[in-house]
Design a protein around this ligand. Structure first.
Ligand code: FCB
Length: 513
């Protein structure tokens, strides 16, 4: 996951990753992913309790434009339509998350039957369409009542999570193909309690580190609970956003090491090796002695995993800050004041060469290949799955009228905005989205995945983020990641060119030319 030399995608003689015709193994999974708070809406329905993201998004100044997930994509009410879209796109698998506050409105106590019923319909609808259900137990919507008791900084939240996993396992443990305990605990801990960019929006380095451990513990407790109740033979996994870290300058090795410890090994250490890395404990010693790690915790966290989920979007470039010049914090996360890197005050994140997506993230497919190869080297027997990869591009600003002559129905798309153009009809309904930039991004990253496979990486699948445009956390609805467009006024869904392209890939396991 680390590299002490600076590289760019444009290195001479390097592949450009724009391959076509590559063939993936017949059992390689092509799916897509979403998360409950980002798409469901219906936040007050059928007994759902408030989550930390409801509170956060309704707090002025926290989310761009004051956007909330109150309606989102209204997926809760459009479940069948969305399932039919997935079927039309030939998806092999669908990665969704279960909203804890729909199952236990306060995070404790008996299950809310209406909440279970919704996910049961989703799971049955997937299976009926031949799509494998991949369920994430936690994609950031913690019940607010548990946050009020200390949230992830408190051990009791991890214990409550184990009980929630048991309830969900009892309800769906006959039908789920792959269980994923947590999505990106890095974000939950460091953005939620360190930088304050995510809910609950705290800026407390000690709480951030406590959250790291309690999330790790929650992962272990959940797998134990699931194993005790499921009746089929599922796969168990966790999804991590592992950081690909490049160093700039001869003395960058220590900056790289420190970010690797906080960003990667703080999770892979306990989960895959059964120990926290010694350098992580040393680097953070001025914040905590990690006394909240109790006897027996590491055995609970260290669970064999059938597949490790990896989310990849871009790379990081770090160096040791000289302490004098203005410090750069270009780590790809919304800078709201606090630091998501407890104890790493001397590390500076540098702006990287483009091109960039609409998030400002650099596009570097080589980073994905490097990440997969380094994971193979570090954990040779651990099967891998890319559980998120994709790109936000602005599909809306370049709206072009489809019919310059509406009667003749002539499609006119101007060329002033190459990359992404949404085409609408005379009534302003978008009828097509030519998102060439997104197709290019996906092609290049899926090529990178294939290159890893050819080099012996045990990679089982790829999930595009995201099935449809949705609530992009602190950025609200301003960033569109979907391969299906959602009109936030009418909630009409329109598959973009990338969706058609991906459907062709999924139907044949061959990268379209
Ligand atoms: C990941 C999240 C996902 C989405 C993408 C763009 O960090 O898991 O919900 O926001 O980034």
């Amino acid at each position: 996951m680390t590299d002490s030399t600076t590289t760019t995608a444009a290195t001479e003689g390097a592949p450009d990753y724009r391959d076509g015709g590559l063939v993936f193994p017949a059992d390689f999974t092509f799916g897509s992913a979403t998360a409950s708070y980002q798409i469901e809406g219906a936040v007050h329905e059928d007994g759902r309790g408030p989550s930390i993201w409801d509170t956060f998004s309704h707090t002025p100044g926290r989310v761009f434009n004051g956007d909330t997930g109150d309606v989102a994509d209204d997926h809760y009410h459009r479940l069948d339509e969305d399932l039919d879209i997935m079927k039309a796109l030939n998806l092999h698998a669908y990665r969704f998350s279960i909203a804890w506050p729909r199952i236990q409105p306060t995070g404790r106590g008996p299950a809310n039957q209406a909440g279970l019923d919704f996910y049961s319909r989703l799971i049955d609808g997937l299976i009926a369409r031949g799509i494998r259900p991949v369920a994430t137990l936690y994609h950031w919507d913690l019940p607010q009542a548990l946050e009020d008791e200390g949230g992830w900084a408190a051990r009791s939240t991890a214990e409550a999570f184990g009980e929630y996993a048991r309830i969900v396992g009892e309800a769906f443990g006959d039908r789920i193909h792959t269980w994923t305990t947590l999505n990106e605990p890095w974000c939950s801990a460091y953005l939620g309690y360190g930088s304050g960019a995510h809910a609950p929006g705290l800026t407390d380095p000690l709480k951030a580190l406590r959250a790291v451990h309690h999330l790790n513990l929650a992962h272990g407790l959940a797998i134990e609970a699931l194993r005790g109740v499921v009746t089929n033979d599922p796969q168990y996994s966790v999804t991590l956003n592992l950081h690909v870290i490049r160093g700039e300058g001869d003395d960058s090795a220590d900056a790289v090491r420190q970010i690797d410890a906080l960003g990667n090994r703080a999770f892979t250490g306990p989960m895959l090796r059964g120990a926290y890395p010694a350098d992580l404990l040393a680097d953070t010693a001025s914040i905590t002695d990690w006394g909240f790690v109790l006897e027996g915790d590491l055995e609970i966290i260290h669970q064999p995993l059938d597949v490790l989920g990896v989310n990849y979007y871009s790379t990081n470039l770090v160096r040791v800050w000289d302490g004098v010049s203005p410090k750069q914090n270009a780590d790809g996360h919304k800078d709201v004041g606090g630091s998501p890197w407890p104890g790493a005050d001397r590390v500076e994140f540098l702006q990287q060469p483009g091109p960039y997506t609409e998030m400002g993230w650099n596009i570097e497919p080589a980073g994905l290949e490097d990440l997969l190869l380094s994971l193979r080297d570090e954990f040779p027997n651990q099967p891998l799955m890319i559980t998120e990869n994709g790109a936000a591009f602005d599909d809306s600003v370049h709206l072009e009228l489809a019919a310059t002559d509406a009667a003749a129905g002539v499609v006119a798309v101007h060329d002033a905005a190459p990359g992404v153009v949404a085409v609408h009809d005379a009534a302003s309904e978008v009828v097509a989205v030519h998102d060439a930039d997104r197709v290019d991004y996906l092609r290049r990253h899926i090529t990178a995945a294939h290159r890893a496979l050819e080099q012996g990486v045990d990679l089982r699948g790829y999930f595009v983020w995201s099935l449809m445009d949705n609530f992009e956390w602190g950025y609200g609805y301003s960033k569109r990641f979907g391969i299906v467009r959602v009109d936030y006024d009418t909630l009409v869904r329109v598959p973009k060119d990338s969706a058609h392209w991906y459907a062709e890939l999924a139907s044949s396991n061959r990268l379209p030319d």
